[in-house]
Design a protein around this ligand. Structure first.
Ligand code: TRP
Length: 332
């Protein structure tokens, strides 16, 4: 039996290169060796978009297309929609009794996001509790491995705490503890402004579906080194966004090492580097965009329907064991 892996993304928009580096490339590499579930986390996205559901619902199909266009293969990976698996809600409700409010308050990812989104006193309870629903996502499918960006490590930790508590209370062996699979390269891709990690909300990301022109524009806007005025000046590689992207995407890392040396010595211009990066990203994203454009919506919907149907069957297996362990089978 292959080990089981599960991940997901919130469909607040199309996926970008930050998603790719953070976890998509790992999912792609692992789908042959693992039984993979990939979940489109529309419920989780609604925890802070309850007033704008169309923003979420309209992006579900787009995210699915992103998956398929980078090469996630529905024959190997079960792609499904979170909100269509009622057992996830059922398990989340039971898990809520296994965590304290104080523990949720200490979750660093949630803390950060509350600050970023400026929720302060008006945190939606669903948002505050989303680590619990994420624990349900992972454990309902018995996942052992979870490819995520390092910002998600606190979720994995909290999931395992819930699993241990569940086992202490209701008996061992029902659920599975899990571990994160982090990407080998730069776990977090910096945004084109160089100020923060690439994200849709900060407007500093390059999307997988971006047009050739948009890619070029964004590459030419990238932050390099504000002290590097003349070509012959020595330049700085640390914090230089162009080099961060060359590190992440250029196929020949020896060449990137040479370029870094040249740049630091002086004599290598920003425009030359940007042109090279533009070529690199066009070569990477071009085929992805072409594949994306060839998909018919109906076929993508069919992939989601089939994945979701399969996921529901698998979900029920764990859920019936959970009900039994707690004694919630009154009519069995
Ligand atoms: N919280 C994750 C994110 O924001 C998305 C997600 C939801 C997820 N459920 C998951 C990731 C389960 C891994 C496993 O990116």
């Amino acid at each position: 039996m292959k080990p089981i892996l599960l991940t997901g993304d919130r469909p607040t928009g199309c996926l970008h290169l930050g998603h790719y580096i953070g976890s998509l490339q790992n999912r792609l590499a692992l789908q042959d060796r693992y039984k993979s579930y990939i979940m489109i986390a529309d419920w989780q996205a609604l925890t802070d978009y309850a007033d704008r559901p169309e923003r979420i619902t309209s992006n579900v199909l787009e995210v699915a297309k992103d998956y398929l266009s980078i090469g996630i293969d529905p024959a190997k990976s079960t792609i499904f929609i979170q909100s269509q698996i009622p057992q996830l809600a059922e398990l989340s409700l039971l898990f809520l009794n296994l965590v304290t409010v104080a523990r949720l308050e200490r979750n660093p990812t949630v803390k950060n996001e509350i600050q970023q989104k400026g929720f302060e006193q008006s945190i939606p309870a669903g948002f505050f509790c989303y680590p619990v629903s994420q624990a349900a996502d992972i454990t309902l499918f018995q996942a052992q491995f979870v490819p995520v960006g390092d910002d998600q490590l606190p979720m994995i930790e909290q999931t395992n705490e819930i699993v241990r508590k569940f086992h202490r209370l209701y008996g061992e062996g029902i659920l599975q503890e899990c571990q994160a699979v982090l990407s080998e390269k730069s776990g977090r891709l910096v945004g084109i402004d160089g100020k923060a990690k690439a994200s849709k909300s900060l407007g500093n990301a390059i999307f997988l579906s971006e047009s050739a022109d948009q890619i070029q524009q964004k590459v030419f806007q990238m932050y390099t080194d504000s002290e590097h005025i003349r070509v012959n000046d020595p330049g700085t590689v640390e914090g230089n966004v162009v080099f961060a992207y060359l590190d992440a995407f250029h196929p020949d890392q020896a060449e990137v090492a040479n370029l870094k040396e040249h740049y630091q010595r002086g004599g290598l211009g920003d425009m030359t580097l940007k042109r090279l990066l533009n070529q690199t990203l066009q070569a990477f994203l071009g085929p992805i965009r072409e594949r994306r454009e060839a998909f018919h919506d109906d076929d993508v919907r069919q992939v989601l329907f089939q994945g979701t149907t399969q996921a529901r069957i698998d979900a029920e297996k764990t859920m019936s064991r959970v009900r039994q362990a707690i004694g919630l089978e009154y009519f069995a």
